[in-house]
Design a protein around this ligand. Structure first.
Ligand code: GCU
Length: 454
């Protein structure tokens, strides 16, 4: 990979940066050896003249030993990374299961003008005499001749917002008040006001879910409103699934318990459980997808649950695909201040201390190797740090290379609308923070390419 052929100049550049910081009295070789020993590689971004804390090397264990093969990565580094992310970032996903009842509430075999079979299923989870309902909305191509690949993703504002399809049941749970939708930090701190879904909401986010395009291409779509799993607000925990897993007289999460992103990721796996019971779904071809906070979620779900054969993150930014060690754009401090409930309590230790974080976006991506992974950025979405997402893909490419799969070299030139890499793909489009039909066009073409290779 281009990444490893760049190691030497990168190392020298890092040494130069450290010398400037600590003074020139220290010898070059001492610093170089310390850098290699410390397990922190010189960051690829420094090629562009950037200075920032180096991020942890994907192929160096916490005990400094090197990972040399895919088998080694699989047996030692992968479990270590999963532990580090659980302990420091997203919190631990409970291993216990809770009782679930699955009820198919409606099936329409000629939905969307005959294009789709629409199924709605309630997944009812019960523990401690409390119940939480996840409402699954599933579209499958009506004319499929066998089990189909399915995109699995959460939606932000309720199932009813995904399409104007009048058959979608109005969510009887919480949805955010649209009047609050565009208000930034202030309101996010206060939390959204809660209300029930309304008819006016129908299809309001349909541009993010181009169902016709997806179904015509032969793919299905499975989605649940993230708020069914846990409403996206500071006091959401009380309405979500996390308390179902409390132990004894526990009433607050422990420092390394999961946050809302962990719970949302768990929800994605529960959708996969259901899909495994549906013969119309090709369970070898489940593709987990998400945008923004739900892109962070899709990555964490894909990292933990190998049943997701492919993973797509759209503008997942910091706390997702991007690199916090770069110290640009959204800080860990902002993530923890604005959304204190997204991550584990332990993640708060890294507020203002991002250089101490033992993991970062590239390691989250590495956990998905060698499964196909698509990282999409948007040029006018600086807050997600598209360059950080690109560098993260380049760094994770080292891990994909171990498995013989193709990623992206840190030397590659990012051009608009020109995807880079194969199994590990990076793509940047023009425009802002959004999920658009043009994004889906890329995802579908790439997924078709990957499925053909199987
Ligand atoms: C906020 C947040 C980001 C997140 C984004 C989103 O901007 O700071 O980290 O990705 O919301 O989910 O849209």
């Amino acid at each position: 990979m281009g990444q490893s052929s760049k190691m030497r100049p990168q190392l020298l550049r890092s040494v130069a940066i450290i010398r400037r910081r600590v003074g020139h009295g220290v010898s070059v070789s001492v610093i170089a050896v310390a850098l290699v020993m410390s397990g922190f590689q010189a960051a690829a971004g420094q090629q562009a003249g950037e200075e920032h804390a180096a991020w942890p090397d994907a192929l160096v264990m916490a005990n400094r030993s090197r990972v040399t093969s895919a088998k080694d990565f699989e047996e030692r580094r992968r479990p270590e990374l999963l532990r580090l992310f659980a302990e420091n970032v997203y919190g631990k996903t409970p291993e216990d299961t809770v009782e679930v009842r699955r009820t198919v509430t409606s099936v329409d075999r000629s939905a969307l003008g005959g294009l789709a079979v629409r199924k709605q299923v309630t997944l009812e989870f019960t523990a401690h005499k409390e119940t939480r309902d996840l409402h699954l909305l599933l579209y499958l191509p009506a004319k499929a001749s066998g089990p189909v690949p399915v995109f699995v993703g959460l939606n932000f504002d309720g199932n009813v917002t995904v399409s104007k399809d009048e058959g979608i049941a109005l969510n009887d749970e919480w949805v955010p008040d649209p009047a609050e939708a565009d208000v930034q930090l202030g309101t996010e701190l206060k939390g959204h006001f809660l209300q029930k879904a309304t008819e006016e909401e129908r299809g309001k986010n349909e541009s993010r879910w181009p169902l016709e395009m997806i179904l015509h291409a032969g793919f299905g779509v499975a989605t649940v409103y993230a708020g069914d799993i846990e409403p996206d607000m500071a006091v959401g925990i009380g309405y979500g699934v996390r308390p179902l897993f409390f132990k004894g007289d526990q009433y607050l999460p422990a420092a390394n318990d999961w946050g809302a992103i962990g719970a949302w990721a768990w929800g994605l796996s529960r959708i996969a459980d259901y899909l495994e019971t549906d013969p119309a779904v090709n369970t070898e071809e489940m593709i987990v997808i998400g945008r923004s906070r739900l892109g962070k979620t899709a990555l964490w779900a894909g990292a933990q649950d190998k049943r997701f054969a492919m993973v797509i993150s759209n503008e997942s930014g910091k706390g997702g695909a991007s690199l916090s060690h770069r110290g640009v754009e959204e800080s860990i401090a902002h993530l923890n201040l604005a959304f204190p409930y997204w991550f584990s309590a332990n993640y708060h230790h890294f507020t203002g201390e991002q250089q101490k974080l033992p993991v970062d976006g590239h390691l989250l991506l590495s956990l998905i190797a060698p499964r196909p992974l698509f990282v999409g950025s948007a040029q006018d979405d600086p807050y997600s740090d598209p360059q950080g997402e690109f560098l993260s893909v380049a760094a994770a490419s080292e891990v994909y290379a171990l498995y013989g799969e193709t990623g992206v070299s840190a030397d590659a030139k990012v051009e608009l609308d020109k995807p880079l890499g194969n199994e590990l793909r990076y793509y940047m489009r023009l425009g802002g923070h959004d999920m658009r039909a043009e994004d889906w066009k890329q995802y579908i073409a790439w997924a078709e390419e990957m499925l053909k290779k199987k």
